[in-house]
Design a protein around this ligand. Structure first.
Ligand code: HEC
Ligand code: HEC
Ligand code: HEC
Ligand code: HEC
Ligand code: HEC
Length: 335
């Protein structure tokens, strides 16, 4: 961390500045030097957190050059803050990746409180996500409104292979929102992973870290140990959840196995119907070859895409996800 070597000099400069200028005050009426050393000191907690963050997709995903609206809202630190402060993410000229200052405001508040904590009204269909520290995650990890939106009945004509809910639908699915419902279907939306999990996402993704590989500020759920990939189950074993210390793994109750098998069945049905393109895994639609399908067919595709891109293979909301897969498979088989 080259930057941290600079800090003593900056601190010294700050102190000299404060001593030199008669009448200058430390931030928020406190002594600036003491305030700075609350965090910039020999305690290694922040150092360890920075090392975890350095190993995260938030830092290394490489998509923060998507700095124009609407993308900048979720892909850049500056656009995120601008969007939630003013409603307009703008085009940050010098974009930076999601980092400490996105989720905390340590140089404004002089602590690590979360920058935003309010429940989030989801863009697509307007449900509310409310899970403590997880609300911050839901501000970005939610379904984007498909354009065009699904009509209530009849047909829809699609002209883009990228039509759908975009890549990060996790908070919508966790809270039982956004999957397409067929007439007469009745999905079980409420799962313990949301309803009995006060902090939502961080409980599982930010559990006590395994080095700088998983948990904590890596947000990763797996790590490499003796050359093999291991699942990080410390979050699962949280008190009043799967406690006891011998949790078998992510496919508990065969959830991930069932979801991947059903996703595969649904993808075959969508391929046979010429809706899903097997060559690229995208919708079979373009401006030169528009796709006109029924709303239920489009809903089946949307369920496939959202569950695939959620990437928890059912863990985020097992019954809701399995119910939607079963209904989509039944519709595509019987139509
Ligand atoms: C609540 C904790 C906290 C306090 C208090 C704090 N800082 Fe920081 N500071 C941070 C964190 C976290 C970073 C980012 C660490 C990283 O990414 O390497 C940082 C980074 C910096 C940097 C490197 C440049 C940058 O913005 O990344 C400077 C310079 C700095 N702080 C100066 C100060 C000064 C001067 C004070 C007192 C006025 C202060 N800090 C008080 C947490 C704090
Ligand atoms: C400012 C928007 C934003 C916030 C807030 C945010 N994320 Fe992300 N997250 C993203 C984006 C964008 C990516 C992909 C980054 C890339 O590809 O450059 C991502 C990536 C991830 C990944 C890695 C996915 C992979 O490819 O392995 C995980 C896990 C994750 N986020 C979890 C969380 C959790 C948990 C929270 C809340 C503590 C959170 N995120 C908060 C936008 C956000
Ligand atoms: C509402 C928030 C949000 C908006 C707006 C948004 N994204 Fe994303 N995007 C995400 C999240 C969250 C992820 C990471 C999902 C994951 O890893 O599961 C992501 C991932 C991506 C990825 C990586 C996909 C992959 O498979 O690695 C690309 C590329 C991307 N977005 C492009 C864009 C573009 C281009 C725009 C603007 C047209 C945009 N995004 C707008 C939230 C958003
Ligand atoms: C994507 C959002 C996000 C980013 C980026 C992020 N944090 Fe955090 N941070 C959180 C959340 C959420 C928690 C609470 C974790 C929990 O509930 O277990 C937290 C907790 C902390 C804590 C513990 C304080 C407390 O109140 O429990 C510290 C210290 C901290 N973060 C420092 C950092 C530093 C340093 C960075 C940059 C290297 C950083 N964070 C980047 C979301 C983030
Ligand atoms: C009950 C625990 C749990 C909760 C709560 C949870 N996740 Fe996950 N998440 C998982 C598991 C387990 C996986 C799958 C990991 C695997 O199979 O490799 C996963 C996968 C993901 C992925 C794909 C990348 C990866 O790490 O595999 C992202 C992104 C993600 N979750 C984000 C979120 C967000 C955002 C929230 C809150 C809205 C959330 N998760 C809530 C357990 C959880």
């Amino acid at each position: 961390m080259k930057k941290l070597y600079l800090i003593p000099f900056v601190l010294l400069a700050a102190v000299l500045f404060l001593i030199g200028c008669e009448g200058k005050q430390g931030p928020a009426g406190q002594d600036a030097a003491t305030v700075c050393t609350d965090c910039h000191n020999d305690d290694t907690e922040i150092w360890a957190i920075v090392a975890q963050y350095d190993n995260s997709v938030h830092k290394n995903g490489g998509n923060f050059e998507r700095n124009t609206p609407p993308c900048s809202r979720c892909h850049t630190s500056e656009g995120f803050i601008a969007y939630w402060e003013t409603g307009d993410p703008g085009t940050p000229e010098q974009p930076s990746a999601i980092g400490c200052f996105t989720c905390h405001a340590p140089h404004t508040n002089y602590n690590f409180d979360r920058r935003y904590t309010d429940p989030v009204v989801l863009d697509y269909l307007g449900g509310t996500f409310d899970a403590g520290d997880g609300n911050l995650c839901a501000m970005c990890h939610q379904i984007r409104v498909p354009d065009p939106e699904l009509p209530t009945s009849g047909n829809i004509t699609l002209t883009s292979s990228r039509w759908g809910g975009h890549h990060g639908p996790q908070s919508s699915l966790l809270s039982g929102n956004g999957l397409y419902e067929f007439a007469g279907s009745n999905y079980d939306t409420n799962h313990f992973h949301y309803t009995a999990n006060a902090d939502g996402c961080p409980t599982c993704h930010m559990a006590a870290p395994f080095g700088a590989q998983a948990g904590g500020h890596t947000w990763n759920m797996t790590y490499i140990y003796h050359s093999a990939e291991e699942e990080m189950v410390t979050g699962c074993e949280t008190a009043n959840c799967h406690d006891g210390g011998s949790f078998p793994g992510f496919s508990y109750g065969d959830v991930q196995d069932m979801v991947t098998a059903k996703l595969d069945t649904l993808s075959q049905l969508l391929i046979s119907a010429n809706i899903l393109n097997p060559a690229n895994g995208l919708l079979n639609a373009s401006t030169s070859a528009p796709l006109t399908i029924t709303v239920d067919e489009a809903g089946s595709y949307l369920n496939y895409q959202l569950i695939e891109e959620d990437r928890s293979e059912g863990v985020h909301n097992p019954d809701y996800i399995l119910n939607a897969l079963d209904a989509s498979i039944a519709y595509m088989t019987g139509r």
